[in-house]
Design a protein around this ligand. Structure first.
Ligand code: NDP
Length: 314
């Protein structure tokens, strides 16, 4: 076990965390970043990022996060592998315990940039087939379903992106959409609708999954509650969830104020939370925009807020 001290502890390593790392390093706060269960954050599971300014040809999500990391490391950001398992935010300095190397970190300020995790439907069979057909990451698991039929649940940009990615591998892709329209951007919608391998099932919900040891299909209902309600099965070996995310806040305890959806409340336009010296940035504190570029911008603001807070303390 080692004991470390910093003026700024950054929890999370997505665009918000690394941008906070760049700014706090350059401000000589000697920041320490704990990189979490998925170093690089959600973009690690994304294929092509086409809307982050500065990459005119687009860039693969993992490659972009390598760039973020390299830039932060250049200014001396210290990163620690592992997850914060305990932190008491009710008194300063804050003390965090990290699993893995067993570090204990004392910090004058904390920037929470823990992002959000994929949501599941909550069907009883979802957990049974997790890793045996059920997945929340097409880019991670799509490869296993080459030339096999799959389904994607959701009608947002993520669902469209996953469906398009899977269409390049699978024999057939069903999109299961509970409303009669897609919520995704017009551009993504048209790409999905033009793809011959993708069949969009509007007004359709999943009732259950079936199979033996591995997934074989899904039992669906369309136009539920109407006189045209229809239950039917589709044969799919892969079932991909793309129905949004829940913010990762479990470790922070009741002292930290959250909104009714579970996102950290910040005192906009600042990134200050209800706890002095604790700031939040990125998807964990942003139910509205949830973009890499807006997360990066918020990471910058959190770093400047932390720096200003420390200056006023002195
Ligand atoms: P969204 O919240 O935009 O979409 C979630 C989708 O899942 C909606 O269609 C929603 O349906 C559906 N859904 C939610 N709960 C359930 C449920 N219980 N059963 C069935 N369907 C459900 O999430 P995304 O992850 O797609 O996107 C998040 C943000 O990230 C958005 O702002 C998006 O634009 C952005 N993004 C941008 C990308 C890009 O530009 N390259 C790529 C990916 C995401 P309903 O519409 O009925 O609520």
């Amino acid at each position: 076990m080692s004991e470390l001290a910093t003026k700024c502890l950054i929890i999370g390593s997505g665009p918000a965390g690394y941008t906070a790392g760049i700014y706090t390093s350059r401000a000589n706060l000697n920041p320490i970043m704990v990189d979490g269960s998925q170093p690089g954050g959600q973009l690690i599971t994304t294929t092509e990022v086409e809307n982050f300014p500065g990459y005119p040809e687009g860039i693969a999500g993992p490659a972009m996060m390598e760039d973020f990391k390299a830039q932060a490391m250049r200014f001396g950001l210290m990163t620690i592998s592992g997850e914060v398992t305990e932190i008491d935010l009710s008194k300063r300095p804050f003390v965090a315990k990290v699993n893995g190397g067993g570090h204990v970190i004392t910090a004058d300020t904390v920037i929470i940039a823990t992002g959000a995790a994929a949501r599941y439907l909550g069907l009883p069979d979802e957990q049974k087939y997790l890793g045996m057909g059920v997945s929340a990451c097409a880019t991670c698991d799509g490869f296993f379903f080459r030339n096999r039929p799959v389904a994607v649940v959701g009608g947002g940009d993520t669902a469209c992106e996953e469906a398009l990615y899977l269409a390049g591998l699978a024999s057939k892709v069903y999109m299961i959409v509970r409303k009669d329209y897609l919520r995704a951007s017009k551009y993504m919608q048209s790409r999905v609708m033009e793809n011959e391998k993708i069949e969009v099932l509007f007004n359709t919900e999943t009732l259950s999954l079936f199979g033996d040891d591995v997934l074989a299909g899904a039992h669906l209902v369309s136009r539920r509650g109407t006189e045209n309600e229809d239950e039917f099965d589709i044969a799919v070996e892969g079932f991909f969830l793309a129905i949004g995310h829940s913010p990762n806040t479990a470790v922070f305890g009741p002292a930290l104020e959250l909104d009714e959806m579970g996102y950290i409340k910040t005192k906009s336009p600042s990134t200050a939370t209800n706890l002095e010296g604790v700031f939040a940035a990125g998807d964990v504190a942003d139910p509205f925009y949830q973009q890499a570029v807006s997360a990066a911008g918020m990471g910058c603001r959190a770093a400047l807020d932390a720096e200003r807070f420390l200056m006023l303390q002195e």
